[in-house]
Design a protein around this ligand. Structure first.
Ligand code: NDP
Length: 342
């Protein structure tokens, strides 16, 4: 089959393109400009003409994907603004929502061979910020982020702006499918990963140019600073925490989600385990001694995790075995050493 991958030069998409090519798919990747093609092409040179490109300058524009969806069996939509520096929430909401609804619309009209669309959403569209430990499932939505953005606009929490863009985009996707169910010839699968980490395939020459989730990891775990360059708060290492998944597992999950009949119409949380920053520091120290100390009194056995996810659906439908914190951290550090970043 042939797969369309949007935002093909991204952190997740690069691994996904690789996985799809390895599984025998031909891939058409979209990027925003001509100059972004060459490095991606080079990374997959071994696959020859199994990989082609389409330039979609602005995913938010009406009909942006009309040409790109033609002749593909599978669409993997990953392109979305993933960062914590928007001023107006719409800077993220408009490309996230219009890009997602836009590709579904294009598929409805021009994607005559499309059988499935897989959308990469996020656990950030599911979980809120509980003050006591809470287990979230696919039935949950992060309405708190939306409320924050609606109430405070540009003053809203930066993460909430991003999360709101993903809540709105994912909801719009499900609504589109529901409204058009009589006329669409494909089904939708949504995967919701939490913080994604792991070695990178995208063309970057220094940690500063990494995608947002890896940059935050690099700064916090290797350099002991936050994304603004200030010393990382002690809470990051012992109090703050979330759950995570390795980028290679995300690529595998998105691929299996595309291949299996039984995932049709499902929203699936793909998440490994909860963490505190200190868990990553402790893992990193095994492979690289020059990491921040953090808080040596930390005991993972007594850590309180406010957010955990029910991952039984993914176990049932996808049945994957995930990388551990130690394995993923090892591979990030090995890559950092090989590239001369650390
Ligand atoms: P990256 O930033 O590495 O890649 C994002 C891709 O989307 C790039 O190709 C980028 O193009 C493109 N893109 C961003 N903004 C726009 C825009 N306004 N118009 C067109 N294209 C745009 O992100 P990730 O690989 O980390 O994320 C991929 C997906 O996974 C996203 O949908 C994200 O929400 C989701 N996700 C990511 C998590 C993470 O921790 N990384 C966690 C959970 C979900 P360009 O390079 O030209 O900017």
């Amino acid at each position: 089959g042939k797969a369309l991958v949007t935002g093909a030069n991204g952190f997740v998409a690069m691994w996904l393109v690789r996985k799809l090519l390895e599984r025998g798919f031909s891939v058409r990747g979209t990027v925003r400009s001509e100059s972004k093609i060459a490095p991606v092409k080079q990374a997959f040179a071994g696959f020859g003409d199994k990989l082609e490109f389409a330039i979609v300058e602005d995913i938010a524009k009406e009909g942006a994907f009309d040409e790109a969806v033609k002749g593909v069996d599978l669409i993997q939509h990953t392109a979305s603004p993933v960062h914590l520096f928007s001023v107006e929430p719409d800077e993220q909401i408009i490309p996230a929502v219009n890009g997602t609804v836009g590709i579904l619309k294009s598929a409805l009209t021009y994607g005559t061979s499309v059988k499935r669309i897989v959308y990469t959403s996020t656990c950030g569209a599911i979980r809120e910020n509980p003050t006591t430990p809470r287990l979230f499932s696919e039935a949950d939505w992060n309405d708190a982020a939306l409320a924050d953005v609606r109430a405070r606009g540009r003053e809203a929490d930066q993460l909430a702006k991003y999360q709101a863009s993903k809540v709105l985009a994912e909801r719009a996707a499900w609504e589109f499918v529901d409204k058009n169910k009589e006329s669409i010839g494909w089904d939708l699968v949504v995967c919701n990963p939490p913080w994604i980490l792991g070695p990178t395939l995208q063309p970057v020459s220094k940690p500063d140019d990494l995608n947002e989730s890896m940059k935050i990891w690099y700064y916090a775990i290797i350099n002991g600073i936050d994304a603004s360059g200030n010393p990382q708060k002690k809470e990051f290492y012992t109090h703050f925490g979330m759950t995570w998944i390795d980028v290679r597992d995300v690529a595998e999950a998105l691929t299996v989600a595309a291949e299996k009949e039984r995932t049709a119409g499902e929203r699936i949380i793909i998440s490994t385990s909860p963490w505190k920053g200190q868990d990553f520091l402790n893992a990193a120290r095994k492979f690289y001694t020059n990491v921040p100390v953090g808080d040596e009194s930390y005991d993972p056995a007594t850590a309180t995790h406010l957010v955990t996810f029910d991952t039984s659906k993914a176990d049932r439908l996808l049945g994957l075995k995930y990388f551990t914190i130690e394995e993923s951290t090892r591979d990030i550090i090995e890559q950092g050493k090989a590239k001369g970043w650390i």
